[in-house]
Ligand binder design. Structure first.
Ligand code: NAD
Length: 268
């Protein structure tokens, strides 16, 4: 008998939030390439989401674009209902939607704070909670685990980030949300993990990369290049596959070594 392809996601269904742009798009493309059907959530990029859904279909999979705000409880529940109606039971959930509202602490408004916490942290809670509820109601499917849940965190769950206190706090909170959920549901064969991207070229940091920005960023990246959404997509496709079946409760930093304190390297 041929050995199973542990990297294959054939016969599995994924839901990705904030899927129309940037890293989410890279994740959708990688999951589809590995054989998964994909529900693409978007809040405000309907056209891009529909276009990406057609790309997934052209690759041979099923896809559906679904609008929802991940920070709204009722919308998250309806999102899962719609994804299951269109694709069937969901095996893989990637909570990717996120945003920044940067400000010096003395200038940071309560709205800047609340907006970031509501989307990055509360949104992750709502998506994670609903994912676990739905995993519990389904059969084992094609995978060795009942369900796979991945949160898109950041290197800033570990590295403090001046002038971005709301964002760093949201990702720091996400670290322990992920680890606590992983500990709680691992006995049910549900795998919860996170990824921690470094500097990835997307809209979220387009302004920071302008002018000398990219040169400044590269000083923090020993590996010498800014990351691309595909770098993240490939890692997530592996993380949710059976090839990573024993990886539980971990944050995989995908960051060109940004988390290795590059300023301590010196010049030898
Ligand atoms: P992006 O702005 O292209 O993607 C974020 C997506 O989330 C957008 O499509 C946006 O519309 C969506 N979104 C925002 N609020 C939403 C809501 N309430 N409901 C549903 N969708 C919502 O930027 P990106 O870099 O691709 O960011 C994706 C994730 O990656 C974020 O969680 C971000 O914090 C994380 N991240 C990015 C980097 C980076 O360097 N780009 C580094 C570390 C972590």
């Amino acid at each position: 008998m041929a050995s199973p392809d542990l990297l294959s996601l054939a016969g599995q269904r994924a839901l990705v939030t904030g899927a129309a742009t940037g890293i989410g798009k890279g994740i959708v493309e990688a999951l589809a390439k590995a054989g998964a059907d994909v529900a693409l959530n978007y809040r405000s990029h309907g056209e891009e989401a529909e276009k990406l859904a057609r790309t997934v279909e052209a690759m041979g999979g099923k896809a559906v674009a679904l609008q929802a705000d991940v920070s709204k409880e009722a919308e998250v529940i309806s999102l899962f209902d719609a994804a299951e109606r269109d694709l069937g039971p969901i095996d893989i959930v990637v909570s990717n939607a996120g945003l920044q509202r940067d400000a010096k602490i003395a200038d940071m408004t309560l709205e800047d704070w609340n907006t970031v916490i509501e989307v990055n942290l509360t949104g992750s809670f709502l998506i994670g909670r609903e994912a676990i509820r739905r995993f519990r109601g389904k059969g084992m499917g094609q995978s060795r685990s009942l369900g796979k849940l991945v949160f898109n965190s950041s290197v800033h769950q570990r590295i403090p980030w001046a002038f971005h206190a709301n964002y760093a706090a949201s990702k720091g909170g996400l670290k322990l949300l992920m680890e606590s959920l992983a500990q709680e549901v691992a006995p049910e064969r549900i795998r919860v993990n996170a990824i921690g991207p470094g500097a990835i070229a997307t809209a979220i940091n387009a302004a920071e990369r302008e002018g000398d920005g990219e040169k400044e960023m590269l000083k923090l990246i020993p590996y010498g290049r800014i990351g691309e959404p595909e770098d993240i997509g490939r890692c997530v496709a592996w993380l949710v596959s059976d090839a990573a079946d024993y990886v539980v409760g971990q944050t995989i930093f995908i960051d060109g070594a940004m988390t290795l304190y590059p300023e301590f390297r010196g010049n030898g």
